[in-house]
Write a protein that binds this ligand. Sequence first.
Ligand code: ATP
Length: 230
Amino acid sequence: MNTVLEVSGLTKQYDGIRAVDDLTFSLGEHTATALIGPNGSGKTTTLSMLAGLLRQTSGTIRFSGEGKDPRSAIGFLPQYPKFFPWMTAIEYMELAAGLSGLEGRSVRSACEKTLGFVGLGDAGKKRIGGFSGGMKQRLGLAQAIVHRPSLLLLDEPVSALDPAGRREVMEMLKELGGSTTILYSTHILNDAEEMTDQLLFLRSGKLIEQGPLREVREKYGGSGYRVLFN
Ligand code: ATP
């Protein structure tokens, strides 16, 4: 299997706290991996470094997906996406597409198509200020995938949604899973089990377990790996 991402010794030190401590792992093409751990374990810090938004203190991140420009090869859905409420959804999508390196005549249709995929096909001309939380989350997902990234980084993509919204977004992500590599941050084991087949378990910034979910489950017996949260 081709490797899309190779991370070695990744560390982020803040004053007095090592938020991410010496992570080493790799992601294979078209795999779905859960980055799981309790609150404050370093998930957002890790994803922010992988997305190029935060500089690591030490360690290396080697991305070997298609396209030389990481902007065009990585999609990132932050835990709390920021929007300009006065913009329409299509304007926001075009801005995001430009930042991801898309240009030319096909941008508009790529944006419209992606809004359709996330169920916002009728909302393109509406201002984001009037969107519900669920619509905003779907728009956040749309901006992350408009350029068809080969690596999709998702920071707790469903934790702010109600049960119906969670289900909808999870189904969309499953559909994307066949064509992209996904790193899915969550603190909910059931979500990890449903959405992914590999596990990276963080505690206090350290990777304390990694591998296929099935193997980790077997190692701890049944759902015994829930003890990792303790
Ligand atoms: P959650 O599930 O609550 O979102 P998380 O697993 O994403 O948490 P991070 O947000 O990455 O965890 O935080 C990891 C640790 O780093 C925490 O102790 C946090 O307080 C600390 N931290 C994060 N950002 C900063 C910062 N800018 N300055 C100092 N400490 C920080």
